[in-house]
Design a protein around this ligand. Sequence first.
Ligand code: FAD
Length: 539
Amino acid sequence: MITSLQISFPVEALKNKDMLYRCAAKTMGVPLKEISYVELRRLSLDARGRLPHYAATVEVYTRPDVFEPEDFDFSMPAIVSGSPRVVIAGMGPAGIFAALTLASAGVKPVLLERGKPVRERKRDVARIGREGVLDPDSNYSFGEGGAGCFSDGKLYTRSNKRGDVGRVLRTFVRYGAKEEILYQAHPHLGSDRMPAMIERMRESLLDAGAEIHFGVCITGIQADRQGRFCAVQDTQGREYGGDALVLATGNSASDLYRSMNRNGFLIEEKPFAMGVRVEHPQEVIDFMQYKGAEKRMSLPPAEYAFAFQCRTGGVFSFCMCPGGVVVPASTSVQGLVVNGMSDSERNSPRANAGWVTGVSRDILRQAGYRLPDTPLALLDFQQALEKRFLTPDKGFMAPAQRLTDFMNGNPSVNLPKSSYPPGIFPAAMDDYLPGFITQALREGFRQTIAKKPAFLTREAILLGLESRTSTPVRIPRDPQTWEHVRMPGLYPCGEGAGYAGGITSSAIDGINCAEKILAKWNKKSTFGLPQAGKNPLKA
Ligand SMILES: Cc1cc2nc3c(=O)[nH]c(=O)nc-3n(C[C@H](O)[C@H](O)[C@H](O)COP(=O)(O)OP(=O)(O)OC[C@H]3O[C@@H](n4cnc5c(N)ncnc54)[C@H](O)[C@@H]3O)c2cc1C
């Protein structure tokens, strides 16, 4: 028999199987010897009470039944010649998962990526911090693996509303992620593991017969006489034809979205969020969350998540990187963008998180802006602010302010240390950000400090600009077919098209777009799904 249970247990029991089994037996009220296996299905650290402990959902197997691991289908048969070809623009999570799904069903993916293979990209990313040199096609957002490849890869989406999260997580495990991501409430892949995982995915695709072209930046999308997608062009005039296009170019591909708009493609504006990154010493966040228990117990670096209502809408923290660093995430020398990442060990002495508020046409109108009537108005606003944060002669150094100074309305004259590799200089955020953003941030911080006084410290800083939370445009698609409303055969996909936000949801969107395409040819992919009839106990 399998029984699903909620249990809680001390932090040490996670590494001690006997303690976990005893805890399950006690909760069920059965002798320990009757328990044949305890499978963790979901695990979260609960630090709200006096002593942090784990809360878990487990499946308990009692004798005579024994656990048999479920089998999943990861077969990738060779693609036969003459199979349909699907062009995929962008090798982020959306593009890669679309490609795996298509290839596993015998359809040939032709992947076009403006950046470089992930190993070469790693060197370019390091140069931005070390030498201040930015390659506009190979950076924290562009290149094989997409944005967030060097991010620590937090996979917080657990909702199956958009699709099968388990399928995505299992696929990551298949390509080298730790199994624990399958049950942790806050799993992360680890930046140090991601490049090798991406390379294994690439090898699988190439073995199956996919085509992959790096250094191909697409700029034009062409339709045939019937108005159906037929080919893309890149910046060097090369053309790549196919039976369908998955457009998965991410939220930083503003050059492409501008070119599409110029060429009469229907694009819509989309509200997004902007603000700053806040960096604290990790020990401050540990104390704030664990209340001193971190000194007595072995606990992971603490994190936080806050969301509040304020006069202009909402203000919230996101993309928290405990034990992490703030990184220069610009994609051009025209603007300064920051983001956060951490290694899998999360062993930096600092913690950072984005703190942002919503930006929409209505909010800007209320704040006194007169926006032109174009779908790119919010993109223009985003880029103008990114430009303001870039200071002449300072390269990618970021303006920064102590949290205490920000709350008191004083510019900072000196600053504590920061993890941000290009460096920071003292400034006043009020000189850089519009009033409606600083006002929302102050309200959010005030409410946070009321709940967690330790949050306010002279050692915390704000730096900016945090602007690439999601895309300010949407490429509309038909709700049934998922094709672009004016160009059949074009499938807007992932975060850049406005349908996802984060690694997991982008991967799910990639799978779902691929399934829509396959359905047209009466095909289906079972990649990452349970093999039928292989687990009678759970059937
Ligand atoms: C530093 C950083 C940290 C992050 N941390 C996390 C995190 O921990 N967890 C999380 O869930 N999310 C995180 N994100 C966000 C996450 O990375 C994105 O939500 C996700 O990658 C979006 O997936 P995507 O496939 O839609 O687009 P992207 O990952 O942006 O991929 C788009 C791809 O298209 C390519 N491309 C762009 N334009 C063109 C063109 N014209 N022609 C050809 N190719 C093109 C790009 O080079 C890129 O490889 C982070 C992002 C950054 C930058």
